[in-house]
Design a protein around this ligand. Sequence first.
Ligand code: 2NL
Length: 340
Amino acid sequence: MLRDELDELKRKFINELKQISDSEALEALRIKYMGKKGLVTLLLKGMGDLPPEERPAAGQAVNGLKEELAALLDNEERRIKAAERQRRLEAETIDVTMPGKRPVIGKRHPLSIVRRQIEDIFIGMGFEIADGPEVEYDYYNFEALNIPKDHPSRDLQDTFYITDNIVLRTQTSPVQIRVMESHKPPIRIIAPGRVYRSDEVDATHSPIFHQMEGLVVDHGITMGDLKGVLDVFAKALYGEDTRTKFRPHYFPFTEPSAEVDVTCAWCHGQGCRICGYSGWIEVLGAGMVHPNVLRTVGINPDEYSGFAFGLGLDRLTMLKYGIDDMRLLFENDYRFLKQF
Ligand code: 2NL
C-alpha cells in the first residue's frame, strides 16, 4: 500500500522535474515536496497514525524516498546553475575587435579662454582677481561712480531694474567700489564678469555680455603708470610689435579719460577689413579715477590717486578668433564651440 503510494509520488515528482529549466521553478518544486508542508514531509508526519509495529519500516521507506528526491534535486540544481552560467557568459561576450566609442570631452568656451589669458597677464603684473554681485544696488552701479541721476545710462530703456534702487549691473565697476570701501590702498585688482544692458540682440549687441575692469590705487599713481600697464598688456595679448594710442574721451568716473587703440593684430597696422583700413582697433576705455569717486569710498584724493580701465571681453574674443556674430558666443552650439 505505502510502497505504491511512494512509487506514485516519485513518478509524479520526476515528471514535474523534467519540465523545469530554471532555478526559481526548481526551488518551488523543492518546497512543494520537501518544505515544511511538503508532500514528503506530510507523509513523514502521517507516520503517527500507523500501528506502532509498522512505523519503523514505513519510516525507513519514506526517508529513503526523501533522500532519493533530495539527490535528484541537487543534481538538477547543479545542471541548471551550470546552464544558466553558460547563458550569462554567452550574453556578456565582448567583441574586443569592435571599434571603441570615444567619449565626448568638453572644451573651454572661447570667452573663458580669452578671459583666462587676460587674467594671467594682469596676475603677472601683481593684480588680484575680485568679484561681486551681478544684481547690484543703484548706489554701487551708478551713484558711487559719479554717474548723475540724469545720465543716459540710467535710462529705463538701457538698464534692467529689479526695483527702484536695485539693478542688473551694467559694468563690473561696482566690484571695485566695494573693494575700495573695504580695503586700504595699495589696491591692484581686475574684476572680470557678466554685465547687462537692455539691448536688442543683433550681430554686435547682446543684453548679457562680459567685461573686465582694472583698478590701481596707491600713493603717486599717474597717467604714466596707466599707459605703461596697458602697453605691457597689449604687447602680451597681441605680440611685442603692438603699439597703443590714447585718445581723449569722457567717462563720468575718470578724469582725465581716454579711449585706447592698439595696432591691428590682423594687419600689424597696415590697414585691413578688420580695422576698417585704419591700422588701429579700439579695445579699452581708461582714465585716472575721479576724485569724487575716491571721496565717496573714503579715500583721500589729496593723499592717493589711481587709474582704472575697462574692456569688453566679447568684442576682444570676436576679434581674436575672427567671429563675426556675437550671438554665436551665447547659443552654445557644440558645432561652433568645438572649434576652439
Ligand atoms: C569701457 C570703459 C572704463 C572704468 C571703466 C572705473 C571703475 C572705478 C573707478 C573709475 Cl571703480 N573707473 N572703471 C574706467 C574707465 C573706463 O570702461 O569702455 N568699458 C568697456
